[in-house]
Design a protein around this ligand. Sequence first.
Ligand code: C5P
Length: 302
Amino acid sequence: MTAITVRAPAKVNVRLSVGPPREDGYHDLVNVFHAVSLFDEVTAEPADRLRIEVRAAPGSPVPVEGVPVDDGNLAARAARLVAGRLGVEPRVALRIRKAIPVAGGMAGGSADAAAALLACARLWDDVGRLDLMALAADLGSDVPFALLGGTAVGLGRGERLTPLPTGGTFHWVFATAHGGLSTPAVYAECDRLREDRHVPPPEASDALAAALASGDAKELGAALHNDLQPAALSLKPELRRTLDAGLELGALGALVSGSGPTCAFLAESGGHAADLAAALAEKGVAAFLLCADGPVPGATVV
Ligand code: C5P
């Protein structure tokens, strides 16, 4: 059997409404995921044992130091999960090429897990016995969306997905920060900031759904919302300067992506996104800047 390569997209959360902490430590969400054109690639090839190799994708500025190459890597856990369900040994080499910022709030680890699930299923599950969506949800809250792609609302932990109609292409700029943020730490900070308040259940937004459906970038910019943003700003106050700089430079909307620290800016067009990225680079408010469009498909064999 030859090598199989799968690419899987990054996400930005165009709405992240976070309810109170649950008994199991998770939070119920209304999580509107939007897949954007930054892709990690995972190549799976038969090997003597499970091996992981992680590098930046050709031409990508994404630093990959510190990404685990053992079972701490979600792609390794995905390979073991698929092998375990099929009753085979996980004898596979996974070559991961990263273009999605690491620990950036863009679900790069989840994309790698989704890509590894699909690639290993192609290697070992020739009759298609596995429910990859269910396996994805076992690996992490954001992994099912990395399989699905497009734009979708996730309920529960974010894993119960319903696709949302999107009326056009949106153009984004992503500003990465120096250093990452830990997702559990950001959720814990969100709980701490809200501990004296009644926290209602998470809510959907009709204005957001209408903006997505019509493809109106101005409306979408106005409807962007992330309940984790105050927590991310509390842990990394310098992100305020990044968000403000993008808005001053004419972004249609700005928010922290997921648990951060990557900041997302919505632009009017691809050209506007390139100009905005150049202007933000000049201000020195980001580690590096990436332009991407959405929505794009989920994990795909290439
Ligand atoms: O599901 P995943 O392993 O990606 O979640 C990472 C962490 O993020 C969880 O351990 C939890 O602290 C937090 N989380 C949460 N509520 C969610 C999703 C994630 O509290 N809906």
